[in-house]
Design a protein around this ligand. Sequence first.
Ligand SMILES: [Zn+2]
Length: 171
Amino acid sequence: MKIPLETARQIATALGDSSNLYLAERAIADNFLYNEILKQVLALHAVEVINGLHQIELDALISRLRPRAPQAKAKAAARWAISQTDMHRDLFIRATCDACNQSMTFTGPAAGLRSEKFWHCGHGESVPAEILAQYAAQQNLPSAQVQADIEAREREMENYKIRQQNRIVPV
Ligand SMILES: [Zn+2]
C-alpha cells in the first residue's frame, strides 16, 4: 500500500514522530487501528446506503438488528419408567428429562406419590396417572412377577420405537 507522502507525514505526526514515515505504514496495517478506521469510513456512508436500500432489504436489515425477545423455552416432558433396585428388588419410579439431564426417583407407597413432583425445565410434573396405577398394581405383586411385568413393558416400548423408526414417511 502506498500512502501519499503528505498523508504519511500527518499520520506520523499524529503518532508523535513526524520524521518516521514508516510509522504510518505500520499504523495502517495495525489490526486495531485498521478496524477503527474502517468503522469510521463505514459510518460515513451508512446513511446514504441505508436510504438507497430497497424496502424489502431495509425490513430484513431492521429485523436482523433488533434484539429478539427471549423465546419462551418449550417445557420438555419427562420420561417416566418403573424399575426395581438390583439389590432388594424394591420398586421405584424414575423420571428423566433429556432436555435438562435431570432425573429423580420416587419410592414408597403409591398413594403418597400422588402429590410428588419432578421439578425440571422450569416446571413441575406429577407422576402420570398411568405410571402410578401400574406402580400401585406392581407393589402388590410378588417380586418375580413385577420383574416380568417390567421386562414385558420394556420390550413393548422397544418394539414401539423400532416400529416408529421403520415407519415409512410419505414424501
Ligand atoms: Zn428438563
